[in-house]
Design a protein around this ligand. Structure first.
Ligand SMILES: [Zn+2]
Length: 362
């Protein structure tokens, strides 16, 4: 039996991805990141391409948009490569695998980029006024207390729970995770300019996807919803052609984030939403696969701990290591059942997308 496609670290994941891509006959290119990993190792986004460069249809599989969530997406990509699934693509359809678009976050067990930015809040137009989030402004001090003692945690949690009691738990989640552009050291921060990961993804699109008339995207995420279940999230509204295509390819369980059907908060600046504008020459059909892990309270607590650690603590200390393990556990369930569910649902989604592209280009 082959070793597991999943990895305990970014460095291990990168090696497995490059090995599997080479074995599958993919052509590879690398975009080196300016920072290093906690082990001092190089960080990079690696891109594997299978099929003709000028294919009419391209399926793009992206892992690590949210750094640490790359444990899931990388495993799914490596498994897909190892299974020889590439043989299922139609002759005029290519597959591009983008491994670790936020390699810093993957390596450091963080959801954010090295700019402390949530990449899926960063794809906004920075020449326009920044979105406002007054509810986050009100809760910013509680979201990230100055110390991370038992007492500070309990106090800040009480403030957040009081807000949830008054406005409902979904309102708390919307306030915390909807995105904010005012608190650079806070959580779900969208930044004040384009991050390295945004610029890199945009370059990859420009360099590779200009010839394709039909482009499918699957972006791998974890941390929301029932354990092991992958919600298929569409950024587009339910009454759009993009949504209808996604439902035709993937089935009626697709959930619109903008339409309020999804486990995700409504948000601005996710790259799947921006992709059709960046690729206006093509018909874009995009889903995020959002795999559930642990309950939302635990996920939020892990993100607050990580946020405090990188603002006020020492990431390489024993306390820092414990928080990193807490973050990993919030976004990656270390059981065979969960990993099996990840791979099975990913395989279905990729086969569906390849079938959709074959119909669109045939
Ligand atoms: Zn995510």
């Amino acid at each position: 039996m082959a070793e597991t496609p999943f990895s305990a670290t970014y460095a291990e994941a990168r090696t497995k991805f490059l090995d599997a891509a080479n074995a599958a006959g993919a052509s590879l290119s690398t975009y080196t990141h300016p920072e290093r990993g906690p082990d001092g190792g190089e960080l990079a986004t690696d891109v594997a391409w299978i099929g003709p460069a000028d294919a009419a249809g391209v399926l793009v599989l992206v892992s690590g948009t949210h750094g640490v969530e790359g444990h899931c997406g990388s495993g799914a990509q490596v498994d897909w490569l190892r299974r020889g699934e590439a043989a299922r693509r139609a002759a005029n359809v290519s597959v591009m695998l983008v491994h670790a678009i936020n390699p810093y976050g993957f390596a450091w067990s963080r959801r954010v980029t090295h700019e402390n930015v949530d990449l899926n809040r960063n794809f906004i137009d920075f020449t326009r006024p920044l979105p406002e989030n007054p509810a986050y402004d009100q809760l910013a001090a509680a979201a990230k207390p100055l110390t991370w003692t038992e007492e500070a945690r309990a106090q800040s949690r009480a403030i957040l729970l009081a807000y949830a009691r008054e406005h409902g738990f979904p309102a708390l989640i919307q306030a915390m995770s909807g995105g904010q552009y005012r608190h650079a050291d806070g959580i779900f921060y969208g930044g004040v300019g384009e991050t390295w990961s945004r610029r890199t993804l945009t370059s990859i699109f420009r360099e590779r996807l200009s010839a394709a008339g039909h482009i499918g995207f699957i972006d791998y995420h974890t941390g929301l919803g029932p354990e092991g279940y992958a919600e298929q999230i569409v950024s587009a509204m339910p009454d759009t052609g993009e949504y209808r295509r996604a439902a035709t390819w993937h089935g009626l369980a697709v959930a619109s984030q903008s339409g309020g059907e999804s486990v995700s908060a409504k948000l601005a600046g996710d790259w799947l939403d921006a992709a059709p504008g960046l690729l206006s020459h093509a018909e874009v059909t995009a889903i995020a696969l959002e795999y559930g892990t642990v309950e939302s309270g635990k996920v939020l607590e892990a993100l607050r701990a990580d946020n405090w650690l990188h603002a006020h603590g020492d990431p390489l200390s024993p306390e820092g290591q414990a928080i990193k393990a807490q973050v990993r556990d919030a976004f990656y369930v270390d059981t065979d059942v969960w990993r099996g569910m990840v791979l099975g649902q990913s395989l279905i989604a990729v086969r569906q997308a390849l079938a959709g592209l074959a119909r669109a280009t045939g």
